[in-house]
Design a protein around this ligand. Structure first.
Ligand SMILES: [Zn+2]
Length: 493
């Protein structure tokens, strides 16, 4: 079956009616009866689950956030989000018509077959974890039903990228129980495309990845932006040519339009032409990812959402008020067709500029809603990089935007520390740079200091130029799942 089935061309009214129907069904048949956490939430807030009939009704439910998964007195708190049916709950909550169907199946094929069916739908068989560097990783469980959804989202993404099943794909995402790697693996399997998953730098080493690419001659390379760039740059240094590459798909980190251009230029210089660079968006809690469709790089069409699988709301991060179409705000996610660990109104901590748009995509004409690609993190202070430096609140996303605008900068890292390593001393901010050889270091230092001051209101104490090999080690490009772009060495922050 075509992965977008018929949802890609439905009108907004029809898609919204579909969402309302699925939401109502999901809450009354699955979430309220089987989710210990949400049953408690409904009871505590005196909400009748049958009264949630539309996307707008969802606003009566409180938000869910990462902290709801953590209870110091209950190490298994996250399990409360898992849908856990049993015979008694099914009898109590499912309508007679559905119970009769179960009864018929049991009579026809035996009760073991009935148990097997329910087990396939609900029993957890797969886990991925969140990737927080300071928080403890949280586990999210998938049943076979969810794995089927992971197949579907993967094949929808490949379809958006217009990847044919005759094309070769090299997957450089790090091998780990994290969504990105497995989304690619399952997407490839679902689309019957040939995918070589190298496991990234930690598993195969950068040289191993370069050899794999040279042997396979893929038309598609996928991975974390910094690592894909690192591998391609190393390959270029070794004089390799990459004429076969047509598409680069990036995930697990924000991709700026400038970065896309930089990657395209690098590939052009290695013999490739007509290279499209795509961004993707996904998070552990949704257990799937979304993709941009081909458009004139670096402009993007936004992430094409799955209205038959989820509801997105954009809210004011301070007041929680739901914003209108196209408005900026925090991304809130509700599943309407999942099993395993399921969330309603989950606050992602991601801030989107340009919100969600419902008009058909100007590039592919699909009518599914699209989420703007301009997404930055706003939560988890240490992880996400809004923190106080020298007394000012600094958004480190701006560092990325600012430094990637300098064409001569190859790589950068920002380190926060205390003067003389004394915890009572003032904050120090050091910017490490690796640049093209021809650069005038003192001119660039002045320009970087000035630009950072304008954009972030802090100026670095020091700008240090280091060779690429040192930078690769500092960033842990070859060993970590995500590069260490910003290091906070200040104690107790
Ligand atoms: Zn499109």
């Amino acid at each position: 079956m075509h992965p977008w089935q018929n949802i890609a061309k439905l009108s907004q009214t029809d898609l919204q009616a579909l969402q309302n129907r699925k939401l109502q069904h999901f809450i009354t048949r699955h979430v309220y009866p089987f989710s210990p956490h949400y049953q408690q939430v409904f009871k505590q807030h005196k909400i009748d689950p049958r009264s949630i009939k539309t996307v707008a009704d969802l606003q009566r439910l409180p938000f869910t956030s990462k902290k709801d998964f953590i209870d110091p007195n209950n190490p298994r708190k996250a399990i409360d989000f898992l849908l856990q049916p049993d015979q008694e709950k099914i009898k109590k909550h499912w309508p007679l018509s559905q119970l009769l169907k179960l009864k018929a199946l049991s009579l026809l094929k035996g009760s073991a077959a009935l148990q097997e069916n329910l087990g396939r739908e609900y029993r957890p068989i797969f886990i991925t974890f969140t990737t927080g560097t300071t928080d403890k990783p949280l586990s999210y469980l998938y049943s076979k039903y969810d794995i089927d959804n992971l197949h579907l989202s993967g094949s929808r993404m490949l379809d958006l990228f217009d990847i044919k099943n005759t094309e070769y794909i090299v997957n450089l995402f790090p091998f780990a129980p994290h969504l990105a790697f497995w989304q690619v693996v399952y997407g490839g399997l679902a689309s019957c495309a040939l995918v070589l998953s190298t496991g990234g730098g930690k598993s195969t080493g950068t040289q191993g990845n370069i050899s794999a690419i040279m042997k396979m001659k893929p038309s598609v390379i996928l991975g974390v932006p910094s690592y894909v760039y690192h591998v391609l740059r190393q390959a270029k240094e070794q004089g390799k040519r990459l004429e076969s590459v047509k598409k680069i798909v990036l995930g697990a980190a924000r991709v700026s339009p400038d970065f896309k251009l930089k990657l395209q230029e690098l590939l052009f210089s290695m013999g490739a032409n007509n290279v499209a660079v795509f961004g993707t968006y996904g998070f552990t809690e949704a257990r799937c990812a979304w993709a941009e469709c081909p458009s004139q790089s670096p402009l993007t069409s936004g992430y094409h959402l799955y209205p038959d699988k989820e509801i997105f709301e954009i809210i004011d991060p301070k007041t929680g008020e739901v914003k209108g179409e196209g408005e900026d705000g925090e991304i809130v996610y509700t599943s309407i067709d999942s099993r395993g660990s399921s969330v309603l109104r989950f606050r992602t901590g991601d801030f989107v500029k340009g919100g969600i748009r419902w008009e058909p995509c100007p590039h592919c004409q699909r009518t599914v809603p699209r989420l703007s690609s301009d997404i930055t993190r706003i939560s988890d202070v240490k992880d996400v990089h809004i923190t106080k430096v020298k007394g000012s609140l600094v958004n480190f996303s701006n560092f990325s935007v600012c430094l990637s605008e300098f064409k001569e900068i190859e790589e950068w890292q920002v380190e926060l520390c205390k003067k003389d390593n004394d915890p009572f001393e003032v904050d120090q901010l050091i910017v490490y740079l690796t640049c093209k050889e021809s650069v005038n270091q003192s001119q660039l230092t002045d320009a970087v200091k000035q630009k950072l001051l304008n954009m972030t209101e802090v100026s670095p104490n020091q700008v240090v130029f280091i060779p690429i090999a040192d930078m690769v080690k500092r960033l842990e490009l070859e060993t970590a799942n995500k590069e260490k772009r910003i290091i906070d060495r200040r104690p107790n922050v």
